[in-house]
Design a protein around this ligand. Structure first.
Ligand code: PLP
Length: 393
């Protein structure tokens, strides 16, 4: 039996609010916060540098966190890079891959700006980009990706779960057709990691970028990037911590992951993230997925029964429920839900302007669920939205 009330004890902030903005960032459980406090109070030092005891303990704990995250995603720790967020991971690939003029990238209109702008920016260097449309429910058909491939295509970059629709893309079959055509696949896992089981060995993608501060329950300023073949990349950000030797005229980079982690990293954040991932493992990722899915599908169904509410996305959604109340601006809806019932939802274009325009709306209200949300909170949301009827002329 999933003990959601027991889980909530580990998230004190939830006593005061109905927190349904988990796609933006999640709350962090007490054990992860305590792991960060332990770092500051007991052994704070720098990572990878220095022989003294604090530096050694810091380095060991940081590497333990890497082992934990790598185990969780089922990949080698040597290919698991810590970043500050999903965006940094995707930019690292965009800036470190040896692009040539007329290389071609396929991506989709569904993408968060963080998985679109890095590719559009490469157009200035002569790289071509094709953007494939989803259907009206936010699903990308694998064949439409394959049809966009040309002889010059080097990469397909696609999100696993849309932050706008909550739709799940078949990234495994997209990776398969990419590889069949000699093309690499990048998966944006910002909305999938920590919300559903992810086995990167099985998925077989070449790059997987995700956040530490969303489904993985770590602190803000943490992210993870998996790189299957690190030697393909020439690290774009170099400096302290990335080299094994340097002369006045040249340098030799360390192997992965060190070559991708220039400068002092977010040490307490990574240690907190490692503990947060253990927390997710202890609860069970399949249990979390079932819980998120159940609540969000119930919320979507009940909201769509209100005749003045439009709900977007497919019925088989993950934990994301985007909707609009006819005649009301999404920001006004979000503000009223907060002011009247202390409900925290996101409103606007969710850093995905192209797909918002595709929907022909000026934004949506987005309720997004996580392991600590309850059925009672679904009731509170639906009742609060029902109450908005009085405002509609
Ligand atoms: N990709 C998707 C699908 C997202 O939903 C988000 C953030 O919401 C990002 C990328 C960017 O994530 P981050 O804030 O960790 O850089």
């Amino acid at each position: 039996m999933y003990d959601v009330y027991g889980v909530r004890e580990d998230f004190p902030v939830l006593k005061d609010v109905v927190y349904l903005d988990n796609s933006a960032t999640t709350q962090t459980p007490i054990p992860a916060v305590e792991a960060m406090i332990d770092y500051f109070y007991r052994y704070a030092g720098n990572y990878g540098r220095g022989a003294h005891r604090l530096a050694r303990e810091t380095t060991n704990r940081y590497e333990d966190a890497r082992e934990t995250v790598a185990r969780f995603l089922n990949v080698e720790s040597s290919k698991t890079v810590f970043t500050k967020n999903t965006t940094e991971g995707i930019n690292l690939i965009a800036n470190s891959y040896p692009w040539e003029v007329e290389d071609h990238i396929v991506t989709t209109l569904l993408e968060h700006h963080s998985n679109l702008l890095p590719w559009l920016r490469l157009q200035k260097m002569g790289v071509d980009v094709t953007v494939v449309n989803p259907d009206s429910k936010g699903i990308i058909d694998t064949s439409s990706i394959e049809n966009a491939f040309t002889e010059k295509t080097k990469l397909v970059a696609i999100t696993q779960v849309s932050n706008v629709f909550g739709s799940v893309q078949d990234v495994k079959s997209i990776t398969k057709v990419a590889h069949r055509n000699g093309i690499k696949a990048l998966v944006d896992g910002a909305q999938s990691a920590g919300h559903m089981p992810i086995n990167l060995k099985d998925l077989d993608c070449d790059f997987f970028a995700t956040a530490g501060h969303k489904g993985l329950l770590g602190p803000q300023g943490t992210g993870v990037l998996y790189v299957k073949e690190p030697d393909v990349l020439e690290s774009a950000s170099v400096g302290g911590g990335t080299v094994s030797d340097v002369s006045g005229s040249n340098y030799v980079l360390e192997p992965s992951p060190a070559c991708f982690e220039a400068g002092t990293p977010n040490i307490p954040g990574v240690i907190g993230l490692g503990r947060a991932v253990e927390y997710v493992e202890n609860i069970g990722i399949s249990e979390i997925e079932a819980h998120d899915v159940k609540l969000s599908r119930e919320a979507a169904k009940r909201l769509s029964e209100l005749e003045y509410v439009e709900v977007y996305g497919p019925e088989d959604r993950t934990g994301i429920v985007p909707f609009n109340v006819k005649g009301l601006h999404p920001h006004d809806v979000a503000l009223i839900l907060d002011q009247t019932r202390r409900i925290c939802v996101r409103s606007g274009h969710h850093c995905a302007i192209p797909i918002t325009r595709f929907l022909k709306v000026n934004g949506t209200v987005r309720a997004s669920f996580a392991l600590y949300n309850t059925r009672e909170e679904v009731d509170i949301l639906v009742n609060a939205v029902s109450g908005l009827k009085a405002l509609i002329s």
